[in-house]
Design a protein around this ligand. Sequence first.
Ligand code: HEC
Length: 185
Amino acid sequence: MRPKVLTLTAVLTFVFVTILLARAAMPDRGTASSTERIKRGEYLVTVAACHDCHSPKADAQMTVDAKRPLSGRPVSTAPPVQATQEIRASLDLTAWAGPWGNSYAANLTPDEETGLGARYNEATFINTIRTGKKPEGESLLPPMPWTVYRNMTDDDLKAIYAYLTTLKPVKNFVRTAPAALDATR
Ligand code: HEC
């Protein structure tokens, strides 16, 4: 009886240690470290054109204003005149007018009051991009290309969200409506 128990213990210990060693040697593929995730998000934001619409520009060559990237339409950018037969954009591409009315590229920095801060978390961000509905239920206006971005994987959208949360918060309220709220800014 005794030798059997000892053998069993030895075998189990061996199996256990082998599993531990194997796990230690395996690269952790499932959960990318948060630094890797943020770097990937920064890369995706760069190649998916988010800056084109969401960043104020420093010059006429459309250089992103490094002091306030992704902070949305600056107050200095006037909304284009609305038209029904064409889509119009401000020179910095942050303010738009079309048959839907005016739209302003949102402040994507983590500012609690005017950015994504208080209104979004990872889950609502993914849901907004997938469904075209903001957390409050409002539809995303054109030209926000959510029908393109909804094809991104969950991992890609999580990476983008992770990167956005690392941006410097910029206080910048981009919309003119609702009027009551606007009057206070
Ligand atoms: C062609 C211009 C354009 C591009 C490119 C673009 N956006 Fe937008 N985005 C907009 C506009 C305009 C709005 C405001 C829509 C509205 O008011 O309903 C918006 C709104 C949003 C919102 C909703 C914010 C809120 O306040 O609820 C999120 C989130 C967002 N964009 C993320 C992104 C990300 C991430 C990228 C890049 C992967 C991106 N956008 C690329 C134009 C753009």
